[in-house]
Ligand binder design. Structure first.
Ligand SMILES: Cc1ncc(COP(=O)(O)O)c(C=O)c1O
Length: 371
């Protein structure tokens, strides 16, 4: 079986350091708001080149508190992509604002800037581009639109830690960047974790207050907040892993390159498009084919796991039914949802296994063409 990812291999390679870090926390007796969380915030801020990093319980909370910190609420509209994980629009709904979906660029699967412009109204308060699969969205044009209309940009970087757009780290281009440390992410904890980053002192202070029950001072609560803390054990684990992130992302890029070099010539398959000037981190390596479902079945039959991220675009999810979108309203996202297929990718994926995946895809495409 070739899995989508194998976290045990990464643990094996770092076992001594990780075990020591976890034991250190257990021995310290300090599990919340301790030195590892503070150090991890400083280390991530330095890595990304941003002034403030606020550690949270999840990427979902980072998006939610980002919108709260910007003062977005009922009556406001937030434009985002329908082709993402549900957390992106969950955050918009949780603050009482309305999600407005712009269709995607079919080559990159990210928000199409041309689609954004025509959806802007006086109520639009923020744009949430998602750097899906670890590939930066077209930030240059998205930022230009946002500046022109005085709208905030919240980057959903759950899948893109370490990716660069125009030489800049994703998450540092808009007002706020939101990261996830879910175990399968390029930088993953052994539980939930997330982070909000910003260059604004005001936004960082508000997010810090919101994460601890709406108050900067203990037992004084200025507004309705939440309990959203990264814990010391997760922070200690992430501090061991952070110095390896650049190498892991390089390895992911090399694997992606090998896939693309060998799959590019298959007529039925579209390989990922790398936008000039962007440095993706391949959280997922995602191909596209009209024979997606049969290809997935054939790969499964020979022991190769694949995944569909995501089978139903968010404008057609029951949770968003009140927004009144219909099938056909966002055709690019709907087509992508029917055609994308993510292949196994993780830094430790061996060349032999990768060659097996490539050969199996070529064979499946040939079999389909012969029918
Ligand atoms: C694009 C995107 N946004 C947000 C999230 C939410 O992150 P978390 O699972 O840490 O809440 C995820 C994670 O799955 C994601 O992939």
């Amino acid at each position: 079986m070739i899995p989508m990812l194998d976290l045990a291999l990464q643990y094996g390679a770092l076992k001594a350091d990780l075990d020591r870090a976890i034991a250190g926390v257990l021995e310290s007796g300090q599990f919340i708001n301790g030195p590892n969380v503070r150090a991890f915030e400083t280390e991530v801020a330095a890595y990304l080149g941003v002034t403030h990093a606020v550690a949270l319980n999840s990427g979902t909370d980072a998006l939610h508190l980002a919108l709260r910190a910007l003062g977005i609420g009922p009556g406001d509209e937030v434009i985002t992509t329908p082709f993402t994980f549900v957390a992106t629009t969950e955050a918009i709904g949780l603050v009482g604002a309305t999600a407005v979906f712009a269709d995607i660029d079919p080559r990159t699967y990210a928000l199409d800037p041309l689609e954004i412009e025509r959806l802007i109204t006086p109520r639009t308060k923020a744009l949430i581009p998602v750097h899906l699969y670890g590939a930066p969205a077209d930030m240059e044009r998205i930022l230009a639109i946002a500046r022109q209309h005085g709208i905030a940009v919240v980057e959903d970087c759950a899948q893109s830690i370490g990716a660069r757009a125009g030489g800049h780290q994703t998450g540092t281009l808009g007002e706020i960047g939101c990261f996830s440390f879910f175990p399968s992410k390029n930088l993953g904890a052994y539980g939930d974790g997330g982070m909000l980053v910003t260059n604004s002192e005001r936004i960082a202070a508000r997010a810090r207050a919101l994460r601890t029950h709406g108050g900067a001072v203990k037992y004084r609560h200025e507004e309705l907040g939440v309990n959203s803390r990264l814990d010391e054990i997760q922070a200690a684990i992430l501090r061991v892993k952070l110095p390896h992130l650049e190498t892991w992302n390089l390895q992911r890029r090399a694997i992606a390159q090998r896939y693309s070099d060998q799959l590019r010539d298959l007529p039925a398959v579209q390989v990922p498009y790398d936008r000039p000037g962007s440095l993706p981190v391949y959280h997922q390596y995602t191909i596209r084919t009209e024979q997606r479902d049969s290809l997935q079945r054939m790969l499964s039959d020979v022991g190769i796991q694949t995944m569909v991220y995501y089978p139903t675009p968010l404008h057609l999810q029951p949770v968003n039914a009140h927004l009144n979108y219909r099938p056909g309203s966002l055709p690019q996202a709907e087509r992508a949802a029917a055609e994308v297929l993510s292949l196994p990718i993780f830094p430790e994926l061996g060349v032999r296994d990768q060659e097996r995946v490539i050969a199996a895809i070529a064979m499946a495409c040939q079999a389909t063409a012969d029918v």
